[in-house]
Write a protein that binds this ligand. Sequence first.
Ligand SMILES: [Zn+2]
Length: 341
Amino acid sequence: MSTQAFERSRLRTARELAGLSQTQLARESGLTPAAISQFESGATRPSPDTSGVLAAVLGVPPGFFHEPMAESHEGFFRSLRRTSVSDRRRARAIAHVAHDLAVHASSADRFSAGDVPRLGVSGLQAERVEIEKTAARVRTMWGLPSGPIPDVVGLLETHGIAVIRLPLGNTDVDAFSLPFPDHPVIVLGTDKNDRARSRFDSAHELAHLVLHGEQIWGVREVETQAHQFAAAFLMPAEDIHDQLPTTVDWPTLFALKRQWQVSLAALLMRARTLGRMSESTYLTAIKAASARGWRRVEPVPLGGPEQPTRLLAYLASADSAPARVVLPSRVVESLQIAAAA
Ligand SMILES: [Zn+2]
């Protein structure tokens, strides 16, 4: 157990996990809103008794407030404006707990050290070619052979990224990431039961960690770059170029979907990007897919999405006892439930 002093930013995290405002927390714990505000700002510290009351009200172990706290920015949320502030804060707070879990698991030798290359590109103007080269560099640095990646989530875990699944529900967020320097966190939604989409989401978030690090631009170019990286990471040009059809050849596209574990939509886009398909052929394919309802549910289902396993295996082991003393059991359980869903 850590003997660290009261860590003020953990109070905010615990409050956001519980979905309470400062005023609501004050009411439930018999304190004034000003006191809560001062604890969170660091102006004053709660007494041990008060700290115990806050922990009980917020449903976290008392030790939770005394663990070191890693800072990170607000996270790479897609569709920022359409995500409610409280949903976003709660999801972000859970991601912080997942980071705690990774730190504990790593110190128990149950999780890899972080190994995510930070390869900045030349800003928002970076050309696709530069993004593609960066994706290829990450594959090389991680020692990946050419061809499809069998398990993207497993790969990320192997490189020390804490991947968790949460129901992101109606938040309009498919996935997001927090670029902690030691163990970055990627949060994937449980809502879309689609392996291909989920693999692309994972690669998209990896792109933010590699390309954008602590910088958050919150603009469309950043999302475009993350998509370009994801496509190149999952479907390297030199491996897939000659396999992609030049006509709307569905049997070939179906076979490529099975082989590469990516969506038909991603394959068509890749064929256009790499110049295998003309713009008009691409549009013909998209129209045909729409007419058959394939834009909503694609044919050739690939099975359930990839699941993170490493942190859950740690939680299931006896080694996790010290972490369980300080981690909110409600969050730990929700991670296990989401993974089993
Ligand atoms: Zn993004």
